[in-house]
Design a protein around this ligand. Structure first.
Ligand code: ADX
Length: 183
């Protein structure tokens, strides 16, 4: 593994598996000798973004803050794994352009599966009309159109999803292979 940092940005609905994938991916990268940090939406919102809500403006602010920290770490050789819904395409593109070494991973899961799992009980409330601005039910989610990696937690295991991300990371680090040259 080379010494360049990288931001691996997991976007997807609440409960889709972003944090679970982030945790296993972090272990795999640490095993390979990388310096790794996870920036998880739920945790960021209890400190760096404490006080922010779920309006478009507050979510965009949250994503810009996460992007700012991810950029600082990435340029110092850290592999940063972001796990945040990040529902708006424009601000995702903005942070991608700032950071440069960036992989966008779309963590997909059908909404009916999420509503069945409903670990936090939020889907039930949102579907009953008791929770405004809940992503995917009463608030928008702009899915990536060309993510670098697409994983699906209703169709594959966490191990399989993480393996896909690791392949994409390896492809980034091997430009000769990616361009098909053999020099
Ligand atoms: S983001 O939109 O700004 O990227 P973030 O990932 O930080 O969101 O936080 C999402 C978490 O906040 C969810 O996993 C869920 O636990 C909680 N949450 C509370 N209210 C909402 C809501 N209205 N929409 C989405 N998530 C919510």
């Amino acid at each position: 593994m080379n010494d360049d940092g990288l931001t691996i940005w997991l976007t997807g609905l609440s409960g889709a598996g972003k944090s679970t994938i982030a945790t296993l991916l972090a272990s795999r990268l640490i095993e390979r000798g990388a310096a790794v940090e996870i920036l998880d939406g739920d945790e960021v919102r209890t400190n760096l973004s404490a006080g922010l809500g779920f309006s478009k403006e507050d979510r965009d602010t949250n994503i810009r803050r996460i992007g700012y920290v991810a950029n600082l770490l990435t340029r110092n050789g850290v592999h940063v794994i972001v796990a945040a819904i990040s529902p708006y395409r424009a601000v995702r593109e903005e942070v991608r352009e700032k950071i440069g070494r960036f992989l966008e991973v779309y963590v997909e899961c059908p909404i009916d599966v999420l509503a069945d799992r409903d670990v936090k009980g939020l889907y039930r409330k949102a579907l009953a009309g008791q929770l405004d601005h809940f992503t995917g039910v009463s608030d928008p989610y702009e899915a990536p159109q060309r993510p670098d990696v697409r994983v699906n937690s209703s169709a594959e295991t966490v191990e399989e999803s993480v393996a896909k991300v690791l392949i994409a990371i390896d492809d980034l680090g091997q430009p000769d292979l990616a361009t098909g040259t053999d020099g």
